[in-house]
Write a protein that binds this ligand. Structure first.
Ligand code: FES
Length: 194
């Protein structure tokens, strides 16, 4: 596999993120001004109080909260969280690009997550992942392993153990959990969610 060349997203002199520059595969095609839902900033402030010794320790919880709220971590989110924690944007960006659970663009409206850890891998998780990719017509996975259809309707990705190893292969669709998933079940589930 050929390694991708990454463009610099942070100005080394200022540590600022250049507008519009994100990693390949993380291109944000849904750019819109960030509007905070009611109570969002209060929730952020409350989380930070759990880390009185070092606000930096709140970085991951804040990123999770941002992604749960907005669906992905935008450049604006990286800058905002960094400012909130009195860090540089690079300190937050490096977490977003390191941890596979963070996304730099929206996932599909119907999100298929296939477990690839040992039991599920042995139980057909990889073949199931391929099957969903074909059925959902998603493209190549991005740097975070997320493959999304052109219309944004579906995304398919691998996840690690979903704690039901005895009933492999296991998947999630959005927040719903399914065990012993066959190709036939996959077809039925896709009809159910369409
Ligand atoms: S290995 Fe898939 S649920 Fe544990």
């Amino acid at each position: 596999m050929t390694a991708k060349t990454l463009s610099p997203v942070v100005d080394p002199a200022t540590q600022n993120i250049s507008p519009g520059k994100v990693y390949p595969g993380g291109v944000d095609s849904h750019h819109a001004p960030v509007v905070f839902p009611d109570g969002f900033e209060a929730q952020i402030d409350e989380v930070i109080t759990h880390y009185p010794v070092s606000k930096r320790s709140a970085s991951l919880p804040l990123l999770h909260l941002w992604q749960e709220t907005f669906g992905y971590i935008s450049p604006e989110g990286i800058e905002w969280i960094a400012a909130k924690l009195e860090l540089q944007p690079i300190n937050i960006l490096e977490l977003v690009t390191f941890y596979p659970m963070f996304r730099q663009h929206l996932a599909g409206k119907i999100q298929v997550k296939v477990c690839r850890t040992l039991s599920c891998a042995l139980g057909g998780g990889y073949a199931l992942h391929d099957y969903f990719r074909t059925k959902c017509k998603v493209g190549e996975p991005d740097a975070h392993g997320l493959a999304i259809s052109e219309d944004g309707k579906y995304s398919v990705e691998f996840v690690e153990c979903l704690a039901a190893c005895g009933t492999a292969p296991v998947i999630m669709i959005n927040d719903d959990f399914y065990e012993n998933v066959s190709k036939q079940t996959a077809d039925e589930l896709l009809i159910k969610y369409t």
